[in-house]
Design a protein around this ligand. Structure first.
Ligand code: NAD
Ligand code: IPM
Ligand code: MG
Length: 379
């Protein structure tokens, strides 16, 4: 048997521990079926790390992540730390980890699960065929620019700067084109080139890179228009590539198409195989500790781990197929259920995915490569 995969396991805050338990359960069940073993190393991160070690991203956690094949993260943050100084905020850990591991490409797929059309606030006919991927730049832009606050005669003045270099834009745009080549061959580059200098650079680089991918169609949208088109004609999108903050906002908006933010997974990748896998949503302090959070975003993030870090599409597809089967069977956590009384717990949904995974049979008439949509990229 191959060497165990090393997993840095970072549950974090709020619902983080509840959902990552289910993610780990599904990861182990997938391992049993597809021949993997795991060395799972726990690390403190976020608010819980501040409370224990006075540091949102302790050195030992960072080392664990650097030594790992993949990182599985729950979420960080919560009201107890909201008044902390910037260096002692839970979110600082997330940004630090992304930067330290150079995870510049954040993939956030959005697909419609048959049977969940009614969970969305949008009309079912608008949602038919929704299957797109937001490729969010993750280590640059306004999140990482110079920031400071100063006293002025007009009172306090706060500054955040939005900076991108050509190299940063090129590598993320290139990644988007590579992904589009194995999807439906369409990239929408989203910017605010009518106002921002950094967006004008973004657009120029996107156009230059596009020439190397004649099989992929490129179009541009201004971010405000994109926010509107995403709910007006969501099925038209294939790959959306955009800068850090626009990607953050647009990917939460995309949750409305699937019916719940509790369904959206993400993979954060660099140049190598190591990746960080986490749900798009946060620590949901309003429902933490109740055992009602939806674990599917985390479980689907584990599927992305198999696909992008272990290059095993069959295993990834098995998890996604099992989630499809569980949703089709009517199993729902509170956020997806039509009435609260019918809702299952976090753990019950995780158990059902494990059961479905054991029974899951790929369709033998479809080769694995043809089943991929959000799938393989050249890395
Ligand atoms: N990656 C991360 O760790 C991450 C991401 C986003 C926000 N945050 C942090 O999380 C905290 C809360 O942020 P927020 O409330 O703006 O966003 P949130 O995503 O935590 O919650 C928004 C809403 O969605 C619901 N929700 C989220 N995940 C759910 C799930 N799995 N199942 C069912 N319902 C779910 C919540 O109950 C809440 O009503 C903040 O401190 C924020 O900084 C962390
Ligand atoms: C918690 C926060 C720093 C983070 C972000 O803005 O990147 C989150 O919203 C996300 O989408 O992963
Ligand atoms: Mg976000």
């Amino acid at each position: 048997m191959a060497a165990p995969k090393r997993i840095a396991f970072l549950p974090g805050d709020g619902i983080g521990p509840e959902i990552t338990d289910e993610g780990a359960k599904v990861m182990k069940a997938t391992g049993e079926r597809f021949g993997y073993t795991f060395q799972i190393d726990f690390g403190w991160i976020g608010g819980s790390a501040i409370d224990r070690l006075k540091n949102p991203l302790p050195e030992e956690t960072l080392t664990l992540c650097k030594q790992a094949d993949a990182v599985l993260l729950g979420a960080v943050g919560g009201p107890s730390w909201d008044r902390n100084p910037p260096e002692l905020r839970p979110e600082k850990a997330l940004l630090g980890l992304r930067k330290e591991l150079d995870l510049f490409a954040n993939l956030r797929p959005t697909t419609l699960f048959p049977g969940l059309e009614e969970s969305s606030t949008l009309k079912a006919e608008v949602l038919q065929g929704v299957d797109f991927l937001v490729v969010r730049e993750l280590t640059g832009g306004i999140y990482f620019g110079e920031k400071f606050t100063e006293e002025t005669p007009a009172g306090e003045r706060a500054t955040d700067t939005l900076v991108y270099t050509e190299v940063e834009v090129e590598r993320i745009v290139r990644r988007a084109f590579e992904i589009a080549q194995v999807r439906r061959g369409k990239v929408t580059s989203v910017d605010k080139a009518n106002v921002l200098e950094s967006s004008r650079l973004w657009r120029k680089v996107a156009e230059r890179v596009a020439k190397e991918y004649p099989d992929v169609e490129l179009d541009h949208l201004l971010v405000d228009n994109c926010a509107m088109q995403m709910i007006r004609r969501p099925a038209d999108f294939d790959v959306i590539v955009t800068e850090n903050m626009f990607g953050d906002i647009l990917s939460d908006e995309a949750a409305i198409l699937t019916g719940s933010i509790g369904l959206l997974p993400s993979a954060s990748l660099g140049e190598g195989h190591r990746g960080l896998y986490e749900p798009v949503h946060g620590s949901a302090p309003d429902i933490a500790g109740q055992g009602v959070a939806n674990p599917i975003a985390t479980i689907l993030s584990v599927a992305l781990m198999f696909r992008y870090s272990f290059h095993d599409d069959a295993a990834a597809k098995a998890i996604e197929g099992a989630v499809n089967d569980v949703i089709a069977s009517g199993a729902r956590t509170m956020d997806m259920a039509s009435t609260e009384s019918l809702a299952l717990s976090t753990e019950e949904v995780g158990d059902k995915v494990v059961e479905a995974l054991k029974k899951y049979q790929p369709d033998p008439t479809i080769p694995v490569e043809a089943m991929m949509s959000n799938d393989s990229i050249k890395m």
